[in-house]
Design a protein around this ligand. Structure first.
Ligand code: NAD
Length: 471
């Protein structure tokens, strides 16, 4: 959004009054029971599948406009993942909705019990700009599958996708229960004044605190999908070519490093670092050519403020002379080349802030086991990776590293496994979604105990006699 001219009244497209009206309408729909039925949920999931199928080219074009995202990345990581989420939800929905019979205890004998999943009500999804289509609609799939009414607030930083989402949801979905509100801070603040039954927010930790504070006023539960500094531990007993390609895939082939699960820094031994740097350099050149600023296979930096943020990390005196590959940039095109840095000080800006871009520092240690202390002395990341053939090291990694998710001998791929929960821990987030975890995130698990009128044990009724005490 461009700034209004000086003296002009700032125009808010969606204010508190509009929020109240919208909430009233959606509450009315939810109260009518419409969104609870299996048939409605299936119809809306099918409509979403249809939307994605019909408008694939529009989605690719919007992401080209917002990020110069390579079409293959859009198709593979946004469109195909969403289609899969829709298909999984449609295939599993009956099963997810079926109540779960559970055992009871001797105290309640005779009785039976079950856990009933019920929709929460009217929920809000606030999404981020880097995977703007996936991060908007994937949570919406969970909200619909669980039988809720839902409002989606896409990121204003990816405006083409935001307006496409508003248009397509308007055309394809049941707007009495599913709506998009576009806007930036003012509009999101207006939405946050309402009493939601759940908020799923994707973005940075600073805004997550604003969201959580607003939610706490209404005791609204939240899922916070945040980021962090994702470490990669690289051992020396590996297939270096395969490891380098997989590292590059997770870093630069995911939106040029602007992904929450991108490798943020590498930890390896002093001896092995030069070999790793050489392997990365040669694979990077195969992937993106000798002039990566011209490569069509790399996204650009999303906007000038993120470009300035990344430039600041590179211009920090503490990292001067540490670049071993790349470093080229072009402000007019918002492009920064894949950049490797060696032995970056741990107190530099690059090692204390989430990078979220194409810069990859390598930290060296004397012994690989020291990596665990480096990782565990920092806030818990969203993802952590290790490349090794050493069984003991793998086990130690899984046992001692706390992160939202781990991948052994690859990067980022856990995101594509719908049977795994996707979410952070500590500073990297609260709660999780994907597959059944999305359904659960937007459901209340209602405990139901059934009793008849026989077996009315008298021990719980006064008078509390000595005989009852002895039982
Ligand atoms: P962003 O700027 O798009 O902000 C996210 C949302 O917050 C937007 O919808 C925006 O309108 C809203 N917002 C911004 N300021 C606000 C305010 N003051 N009050 C209320 N709402 C406000 O995205 P971002 O934060 O730059 O996203 C990048 C961060 O998100 C990184 O830290 C990244 O790691 C993380 N991320 C996490 C995931 C995940 O799934 N865990 C996915 C993508 C990004």
């Amino acid at each position: 959004m461009s700034a209004p001219p000086e003296g002009a009244e700032k125009k808010i497209a969606f204010d508190a009054e509009a929020g109240t009206l919208l909430m009233k309408e959606l509450r009315g729909t939810f109260s009518s029971g419409k969104t609870r039925s299996y048939g409605w949920r299936v119809s809306q999931l099918n409509a979403l599948c249809e939307l994605i199928d019909d408008r694939e080219q529009h989605i690719v074009d919007a992401l080209t406009s917002d990020l110069s995202k390579p079409p293959l990345e859009t198709v593979a990581y946004e469109i195909a993942m969403l289609k899969n989420s829709c298909k999984v939800a449609l295939k599993e929905l009956k099963h997810w909705m079926t109540s779960e019979k559970v055992k009871t205890s001797i105290t309640t004998f005779p009785s039976s019990a079950e856990i009933v999943s019920e929709p929460l009500g009217v929920v809000l999804v606030i999404s981020a700009w880097n995977y703007p289509f996936l991060l908007s609609l994937d949570p919406v799939i969970g909200a619909i599958a669980a039988g809720n009414a839902v409002v989606l607030k896409p990121s204003e930083i990816s405006p083409a996708t935001s307006s496409l989402l508003a248009k397509l949801v308007g055309e394809y979905m049941d707007n009495s229960a599913i709506r998009v509100v576009e806007g930036a801070v003012d509009e999101t603040s207006a939405l946050l004044q309402q009493k939601w039954d759940k908020i799923l927010y994707t973005g940075n930790g600073r805004v997550a605190r604003i969201v959580m504070a607003a939610a706490s006023k209404h005791l609204t539960p939240v899922v916070l999908e945040l980021g962090g500094k994702n470490p990669v531990v690289v051992d020396s007993n590996i297939n270096l070519k395969v490891a380098s390609r997989r590292l590059i895939a997770g870093k630069w082939c995911c939106n040029n490093g602007q992904a929450c699960i991108s490798p943020d820094y590498i930890l390896t031994t002093k001896d092995y670092a030069p070999k790793l740097v050489d392997a990365l350099k040669s694979e990077l050149e195969i992937f993106f050519g000798k002039n990566p600023l011209e490569s069509k296979d790399l996204s650009r930096i999303v906007n000038s403020s993120h470009y300035a943020r990344l430039t600041k990390l590179l211009d920090d005196d503490k990292v001067s002379g540490k670049i071993v590959y790349g470093g080229e940039k072009d402000e007019s095109k918002l492009r920064i080349a894949p950049t490797l840095l060696l032995d970056v000080p741990r107190d530099s800006l690059m090692m204390t802030e989430e990078i979220f871009g194409p810069l990859l520092p390598i930290i060296t240690v004397d012994k690989l086991e020291e990596s665990f202390d480096v990782i565990n002395s920092a806030p818990k990341p969203l993802a952590a990776y290790v490349f090794t053939n050493n069984k003991a090291l793998k086990e130690q990694f899984v046992r001692t590293v706390s992160a939202g998710g781990l991948v052994i001998n690859d990067t980022a791929l856990h995101l594509a496994v719908h049977t795994l929960p996707f979410g952070g821990v500590g500073e990297s987030g609260v709660g999780a979604y994907h597959g059944k975890f999305s359904f659960d995130a937007f459901s209340h698990k209602k405990a139901v105990l059934y009793r008849g009128f026989v077996g009315d044990a008298s021990i719980r009724y006064p008078p509390y006699t000595d005989t009852k005490m002895r039982l």
